[in-house]
Design a protein around this ligand. Structure first.
Ligand SMILES: *[C@@H]1O[C@H](CO)[C@@H](O)[C@H](O)[C@H]1NC(C)=O
Ligand SMILES: *[C@@H]1O[C@H](CO)[C@@H](O)[C@H](O)[C@H]1NC(C)=O
Ligand SMILES: *[C@@H]1O[C@H](CO)[C@@H](O)[C@H](O)[C@H]1NC(C)=O
Ligand SMILES: *[C@@H]1O[C@H](CO)[C@@H](O)[C@H](O)[C@H]1NC(C)=O
Ligand SMILES: *[C@@H]1O[C@H](CO)[C@@H](O)[C@H](O)[C@H]1NC(C)=O
Length: 646
């Protein structure tokens, strides 16, 4: 408490200083002395990445305080364009998307900010932060001077950057520097006109004084296309012993000025079907120490990873989606808790700068609400009237999500068998066009799953005229590399035997709205008594009360899916994300207390896509106190990929 009021006084003093001595606030690159200069003084930042889009707003302050108490003087955050402009010219900057409030909180706590507004951000975020609606122009060349792309970027930056301008350091705010694009040198277009355009656009909105910079992999090949004159070139690299070579690469682009590692990785990302990534504290500490000893500036990516709530996760190429948790094995866990890595990093920082005194906010308490009995509701196919607000669209050949005006979630594709298939006949996607996973049924009987890159054919039987349903799931758009134009749905034709299937009826599904409006009904159709390996995609619902008489409830918790396989889960209409314990490595999903209610029963809605445990075992989900992010995954799904992060 004393600590908080101290901070408030600090913030007031800072504001007064900003107002009366505004002219003295300056931040610049000092080429002569190889450093940054803040208010005329030599300055070095020790920063950490935090993405407000991955943390509920009520927890922003707690996480920022913990970062401040670790000894960081700066934070770095991405601005995901698609989080703020879900459809053209429709902007959201309130609630969990209130960027201005986030920046203000950082400043009040005493942290400077490095802003990374993209437009492309990578970040293991859907499509690297680019809005899917850009793909309505089918041939658009993203991240280039394609006029269609540039027009959308100009409109967006014309909204965002003027909003950011008052938050620049020289204008009294916390933002010391602004990144232009992200790792552009890793992208195939290598379009200098695009980078020049962005540079002019940013300057035009933000003024001549602000430090604009680029970030690229620490190799000359990356810097070749990623860096341009007028933008200070920085590099990114993880712990290891190639540090001198990495900074040499930066020196090649910037012979003078501060050394900067914009993304130093104290952890790493996960993919469904691969082992949970961890990075040892010892190697992080050793490398961080070496970087700081070189007087370099550093940003730890991530300092807290947080959560890909809803459908926000991205994917790598060859197609491998990231899970819901973005824990990142970071110094603060997904739930914002302090780790040994946190304290070890703090100890290193302590040897280079005076770090704040006072108590570090404790871990947020967790509560195990226990098992919640689930009841079967309608299947997706039987609830189309409730789920498809716009009704079906009919076409000879399948349309993609974006052609159907849908960005995320699920679309149901329906057609009829044109011929008798009395013997097993291959239903195939010869061009690998199921993006990304299709749950297939014939006449209401589940028959198999098609999956991008992994399962392009199943055999089906049925008679001419049998109804074929494919519920197609968008599992997250590719966020890195040349595959970011990632169309979803059935993006090429399906074949049955030798014939191309035609005459499709397609249902856009408003599942999130239907769940929060409670439109999905209970069902009279009992689960078959036969245990099956696959069932129709089906909704389930349960509810639980926050117990009385225990102080400080509701608290954070983790939801566990014993016997469930893959699906999506909502609590009180809030989309927590995807669960897929059958593939791993993530098993529990983080449930922030902010989505729970003490005023009414809490409603858990599950869409199980494969098969629930309800016919064979106990039909429950469970709330526990401990996360499991590292379950062993079956070797069949293990893949070795060369991937870059950030
Ligand atoms: C399909 O089989 C049914 C009987 O099983 C038969 O009546 C029908 O004529 C067949 N249709 C085609 C197109 O072969
Ligand atoms: C489909 O059936 C054929 C013939 O029975 C069989 O050779 C093939 O392996 C099956 N394919 C799949 C994907 O099950
Ligand atoms: C499906 O095939 C038809 C006929 O060959 C073609 O016109 C159409 O573009 C294809 N559709 C997709 C989505 O590939
Ligand atoms: C859960 O659903 C019930 C029934 O629709 C509703 O009365 C209650 O308010 C909901 N709970 C919350 C926290 O929204
Ligand atoms: C998962 O992590 C926990 C906690 O760090 C550890 O105790 C456990 O051994 C790990 N399990 C596997 C399979 O690696």
């Amino acid at each position: 408490m004393i600590f908080t009021s101290f901070l408030r006084i600090g913030a007031v003093a800072l504001v007064l200083l900003g107002n009366s001595l505004g002219a003295l606030r300056s931040f610049s690159v000092d080429h002569k002395n190889d450093c940054f200069r803040k208010d005329g003084e030599e300055f070095r930042y020790i920063s950490g990445s935090i993405h407000y889009s991955r943390i509920p707003r009520v927890y922003w302050k707690d996480r920022l305080l913990k970062m401040y108490m670790a000894g960081l003087n700066t934070i770095q955050t991405y601005v995901p364009w698609n989080f703020h402009e879900p459809s053209p010219n429709q902007y959201i900057f309130n609630g969990d998307r209130d960027l201005e409030n986030f920046l203000q909180l950082a400043q009040d706590i005493g942290l400077l900010v490095i802003l990374r507004p993209g437009p492309y951000i990578c970040a293991e975020w859907d499509m690297g932060g680019l809005p899917a609606w850009l793909l309505k122009k089918k041939a658009i060349v993203l991240r280039s001077s394609d006029p269609n792309y540039i027009a959308a970027v100009d409109t967006w930056m014309g909204k965002l950057l003027p909003m950011m301008k008052p938050f620049l350091y020289q204008n009294g705010g916390p933002i010391i520097s602004v990144q232009v694009e992200n790792e552009y040198g890793s992208y195939f277009t290598c379009d200098y006109n695009y980078m020049r355009h962005l540079s002019k656009l940013f300057r035009g909105h933000l003024g001549d004084e602000v430090v604009l910079f680029t970030t690229d992999g620490a190799g000359l090949a990356y810097l070749k296309c990623g860096s341009i004159q007028g933008l200070y070139a920085t590099v990114d690299f993880g712990p290891g012993n190639h540090m001198i070579a990495a900074f040499d690469a930066q020196r090649h682009a910037e012979p003078h000025g501060p050394l900067v590692n914009s993304e130093f990785y104290p952890g790493w990302l996960d993919h469904w079907g691969s082992h949970h990534a961890t990075v040892s504290t010892a190697i992080v500490v050793k490398s961080l120490n070496e970087i700081l000893a070189l007087k370099a500036n550093v940003n730890l990516y991530m300092f807290i990873g947080g959560t890909n709530f809803g459908y926000w996760n991205g994917a790598n190429n060859p197609y491998t989606p990231q899970p819901t948790s973005y824990d990142y094995d970071a110094p603060l866990t997904e739930a914002g808790d302090l780790t040994d890595k946190y304290f070890a990093i703090r100890d290193v920082i302590k040897t280079y700068r005076k770090i704040p005194e006072g108590p570090i906010p404790p871990p947020t308490p967790k509560y195990a609400y226990g098992a919640v009995k689930m009841t079967k509701l309608q299947t997706v196919s039987s609830a189309l009237e409730q789920l498809s607000f716009s009704g079906p669209v009919k076409r000879t050949y399948p349309m993609s999500f974006i052609e159907l005006n849908q960005a995320f979630g699920f679309v149901l594709y329906r057609t009829k068998l044109p011929v008798n298939c009395s013997s097993p006949t291959p239903l195939s996607s010869p061009l690998n066009g199921v993006h990304d996973r299709a749950y297939v049924s014939v006449d209401g009987v589940p028959v198999g799953i098609l999956e991008r890159n992994k399962g392009l054919t199943i055999n089906i039987t049925g008679s001419s005229g049998s109804q074929v349903d494919l519920l197609v799931e968008n599992m997250g758009r590719i966020n890195y590399g040349s595959g970011i134009n990632d169309f979803k749905g059935l993006v090429s034709n399906l074949t049955l035997g030798k014939d191309v299937l035609s005459d499709w009826t397609m249902y856009s599904l408003n599942i999130d709205e239907a769940v929060s409006q409670g439109l999905i009904q209970e069902t009279q159709v009992p689960d078959s008594s036969q245990p099956a390996s696959l069932a129709l995609p089906t909704f389930y619902r349960g509810s639980f009360l926050i117990p009385d008489g225990i102080p400080d409830l509701p608290q954070d918790t983790y939801i566990l899916f014993p016997g469930w396989r893959k699906g999506q889960v909502w609590i009180n209409g809030f989309n927590l994300g995807r669960y897929w314990p059958a593939r791993g490595p993530q098993v529990t999903l983080f449930v922030p207390a902010s989505v729970l209610s003490t005023a009414a029963p809490n409603n858990v809605t599950v869409l199980e896509l494969e098969v629930s445990p309800c016919t064979t075992g106990s039909c429950v989900v469970e709330f526990t106190k401990t996360p499991i992010l590292n379950a062993t995954v079956s070797t069949a799904h293990r893949r070795k990929l060369f991937l870059r992060g950030g």
